[in-house]
Design a protein around this ligand. Structure first.
Ligand code: ZN
Length: 364
């Protein structure tokens, strides 16, 4: 099948010509004659999303996942990691069990991201600190058995955290550090043991200081660590985005951290049972603490472009960078043989069409 596009973004370069997909894979790029509609880019990958359009993944069932996977395709997302914030232990098993039995069209579900429960109450953010626990290998093994866990965010300064990182890495789980008061030395020890990413850089972690650079400082100067960022104009000042993106380069990953309020009007919503008020683009607990976002991945890309970043660079932060973070070389690029997960953008970088595994998943 020819997509009818006039160009494609391949490894950060514009390649004039059409794109062909066959059997769920990219068959060719730069094909003549070129089509007339839009620029084909790899589908966006969101590694941190808590919910969307009224659905909170804490309680989502198969029907909810199907609806969200369809909604996300309309924002250019072709793959995502549903994310659970810190919950009472029994709630994890319910949510993981429901995800395990879910198979849905639309954006691919890569596996669950557990943002907790092994986090620091000192940096709880919008999580309920009463549910936070010290690292527990036995509980971790039960969680991994309960459903498809592909990523876990932990605080490395907690007792047993470094050993837990090795356990998770051995099980193929991507380990991120977040909701942490760790200093740079502890962060480096965790990265040396296999932690691979920092969750929503600068948020809910020890702040960067010039003699105490914390986890963000440690991550930004390492070549082997990715950082994720919520570029919604609320969580990070423009200077913080530029600092992090310029330091991290290809290791800079856009995420939404979206909650159930995303795609909905201002009002009250639930995040893991806690009430959140959405008001003018910001989600907050009653005490004012930021609680996720209503960002979409296509808007995050446009926000980066609006900050002055090259469009190819902004798109890489939503595609090849998260694919590399999750070690998914089949995703996040449009070279022949890769998955036919494609987003077609117009001249102003709005989504006009989304294809997942060669299947039409959204069209304007
Ligand atoms: Zn968080």
């Amino acid at each position: 099948m020819r997509l009818g596009v006039n160009a494609a973004l391949v490894h950060g370069r514009i390649v004039e010509g059409d794109v062909a997909v066959e059997g769920g894979l990219i068959e060719g790029v730069g094909l003549s004659p070129a089509g007339r509609i839009g620029l084909a880019v790899p589908g966006f990958i969101d590694v941190h999303i808590n919910g969307f359009d009224g659905v909170d993944f804490t309680t989502a069932d198969a029907g909810d996942y199907t609806r969200v996977a369809g909604c996300l395709a309309s924002t250019g997302v072709t793959a995502f990691q549903p994310t659970l914030i810190t919950l009472p232990v029994p709630d994890y098993f319910g949510a993981l069990g429901r995800l395990r039995s879910t198979s849905t069209p639309g954006a691919r579900i890569l596996g669950m991201h557990l943002e907790g429960p092994f986090l620091s109450p000192i940096r709880s953010g919008a999580h309920d600190p009463r549910n936070m626990l010290d690292p527990d290998p036995e509980l971790t093994r039960r969680l991994l058995d309960a459903g498809p866990v592909t990523c876990m965010t932990i605080a490395p300064e907690l007792p047993g955290a470094l050993d837990l990182i090795e356990l998770l890495v051995a099980e193929g789980v991507t380990v991120a550090l977040g909701h942490t008061d760790a200093d740079a030395q502890t962060a480096n020890a965790a990265f040396d043991r296999g932690a691979r990413s920092v969750t929503h850089i600068f948020g809910a972690q020890r702040p960067w200081r010039h003699r105490d650079p914390g986890i963000s400082g440690a991550a930004l100067v390492r070549d082997d660590v990715f950082i994720t960022a919520i570029v919604d104009g609320v969580h990070l000042a423009p200077e913080a985005v530029k600092l992090a993106a310029n330091a991290a380069g290809e290791r800079f990953v856009l995420v939404t951290d979206a909650i159930s309020a995303a795609g909905r009007p201002d009002g009250h919503y639930l995040l893991a049972g806690r009430t959140v008020l959405l008001d003018h683009g910001a989600c907050r607990l009653e005490n004012g603490t930021l609680a996720g976002s209503v960002l979409t991945m296509d808007q995050a890309v446009r926000n980066m472009i609006d900050l002055g970043f090259d469009p190819a660079r902004a798109i890489a932060a939503a595609t090849s960078a998260p694919a590399a973070l999750l070690r998914r070389p089949d995703l996040g690029n449009l070279e022949p043989g890769a998955a036919a997960d494609v987003c077609v953008l117009d001249d102003s970088y709005h989504v006009i069409r989304t294809i997942v595994a060669g299947m039409e998943s959204f069209a304007l």
